[in-house]
Design a protein around this ligand. Structure first.
Ligand SMILES: [Ca+2]
Ligand SMILES: [Ca+2]
Ligand SMILES: [Ca+2]
Length: 514
């Protein structure tokens, strides 16, 4: 993000469980040679070691099945009698039995038993199906380059980047921790918890952190099914505007305008899918996530009708944070997840001055970024004008995406063709403004989050994007909404399920020999 005088920040920004499999393969390779030695020492010990790793392999098989689209139900129970696996007759005789039991919503315990000779070994694992994505643990998460170019930026909460995180010599305040998969530029310039005053050793700054994978929203069918199942709605006053999915029936154009007022806020209840563009402004209420098949336009200020008692807990003490989350369990919290972009303000520059964000945004977005998925790292495949789809198709749509242009930002049809357009609106600028001062909500896109905001803008929630170009004036303050932290969803009795986008099908919570 960038401050612009008068009148004004930039941001850019992948995967762990596979390591489990890789380690297992290495271990099996090691164990097999180890086992060969053990056979000479004693059949019992050899059988025992093999049984252990075979039991573990049973767990791996279930996890692989889920990753391939299976569900972790009792139907995954299987008995594997291995034949022809090896020349080792004892290995051929092995039987692996897997059972799975539900221990909490979306949480399962797998028990894998392998018997070999007189040895039986049992390995257990607890797994989560469609676990909450960890990208929602941050106030500001960039799948690329994070940039906090301004002395008047304050972020209350942790931030993270899958590329670098730079401040350009400015002195932004981060009252939280900074994680970056690459370097953190200007470490000495940060203020706040992550800054020099209390952090001389940069203990709250974590360069070279693991990449955290972004959810992929190319296919919204999962969320459509969830919306239908939950009978989710968007309503305004007593009028239901969207039932579960908008754009599915004949006559529904798929593009919608949602204008909330203090007396008639936009009420989001559950996960809802709009297959086209969503233009939203004004007061919102409820709990749920609005999925858009294209862009989400934050045309004007977005304000919760029934916000948490305070934007942030009164301290960093975990007990205080937990209490704050519990106290605000029933207060408004709404997510917006765009398959394409989140556009802030009036890109037409009709209301509130020029938009400016195009000046920065239009140099971003090309997928010709090489093997690491991050621009400006000069790695294999970067900037060669060739689309290496195996690793450069960052959004998984199968096509090469070049830098952003106006086509990405403009609504896909004229605003007057949208559903639910207020009377008197003849252009986008009649609905939108660049004087936005309030952005409540959780915003997710794996493309651009871009736009211009007004003086002293406050964001209560999260901004999670690949490319970020927010041009602010005077001050920008971000308050992370702790209610979206995945740690609360690791608790089987989680408080709020917004059905935010997920990035992994299965996560191993823990495993042990049972
Ligand atoms: Ca690169
Ligand atoms: Ca390339
Ligand atoms: Ca692509």
């Amino acid at each position: 993000m960038r401050h612009k005088k008068d009148s004004n920040s930039k941001g850019y920004a992948l995967v762990l469980t596979l390591a489990f499999s890789a380690i297992f393969i290495i271990m099996v390779a090691g164990v097999m040679s180890l086992v060969n030695a053990e056979i000479n020492m004693g059949r019992y010990h050899a059988d025992s070691a093999k049984a252990f790793f075979l039991a573990e392999a049973g767990i791996e098989r279930v996890i692989a099945t889920i990753r391939d689209g299976g569900t972790p139900s009792a139907s995954l129970d299987f008995t594997l009698s291995q034949t022809g696996l090896s020349d080792d007759a004892t290995l051929d005789a092995v039987v692996i039995t897997i059972t799975s039991s539900t221990i909490a919503p979306n949480t399962y315990q797998l028990t894998s038993t392998a018997a070999l000779g007189s040895s039986t070994r049992v390995v257990k694992a607890n797994i989560m199906y469609n676990p909450p994505s960890k990208v929602f643990d941050y106030a500001y998460f960039i799948n690329n380059w994070g940039w906090l170019y301004g002395d008047t930026i304050t972020i209350n909460g942790d931030i993270r980047s899958n590329g670098r995180c730079d401040n350009g010599g400015y002195n932004p305040v981060v009252e939280g921790e900074i994680y970056a998969a690459q370097g953190i530029g200007g470490q000495e310039n940060y203020r706040g918890k992550a800054g020099t005053v209390v952090d001389e050793e940069y203990i709250y700054q974590h360069p070279n952190s693991p990449v955290v994978s972004m959810p992929n929203l190319q296919d919204l069918s999962y969320y459509e099914t969830a919306a239908v199942s939950a009978e989710s709605t968007i309503s305004i006053g007593d009028t239901v505007i969207v039932s579960a999915v908008f754009g599915d029936d004949a006559g529904e154009c798929g593009n919608i305008v949602l204008v909330g007022t203090t007396t008639n806020p936009v009420h989001v209840d559950g996960p809802v899918v709009v297959r086209g563009d969503v233009v939203i402004t004004g007061t919102i209420t409820g709990q749920g996530t609005v999925y858009s098949g294209r862009n989400v336009y934050v045309a004007g200020g977005i304000t919760y009708s029934n916000p948490p008692d305070s934007p942030r807990p009164s301290s960093d003490d975990q007990g205080v944070i937990d209490q704050w989350v519990a106290d605000n369990e029933n207060k408004d919290i709404v997510g917006f997840a765009a398959s394409e972009n989140v556009v802030l303000g009036d890109y037409t520059g009709t209301t509130g001055g020029p938009w400016y964000a195009d000046n920065w945004l239009f140099s971003m977005g090309s997928e010709d970024v090489g093997e690491d998925g991050i621009p400006d790292t000069s790695d294999t495949g970067e900037g060669d004008g060739v689309f290496q789809s195996a690793y450069e198709d960052l959004d998984g749509d199968g096509i090469f995406d070049n830098n952003y242009t106006w086509t990405d930002i403009q609504t896909q049809v004229d605003i007057t063709s949208f559903y639910n357009v207020p009377g008197g609106v003849t252009g986008f600028g009649d609905l939108a403004t660049n004087y936005i001062s309030s952005v409540d909500g959780i915003y997710y896109t794996n493309h651009a989050f871009a736009g211009r905001v007004g003086y002293d803008v406050v964001v209560n929630g999260s901004i999670i994007s690949k490319d970020e170009a927010i041009i602010y004036r005077n001050y920008i303050t971000m308050n992370y909404d702790e209610r979206t932290n995945s740690k609360y969803k690791s608790d089987p009795n989680w408080l709020i399920d917004l059905q935010l986008p997920f990035s992994e099908r299965v996560r191993v919570i823990g495993w042990w020999e049972g």
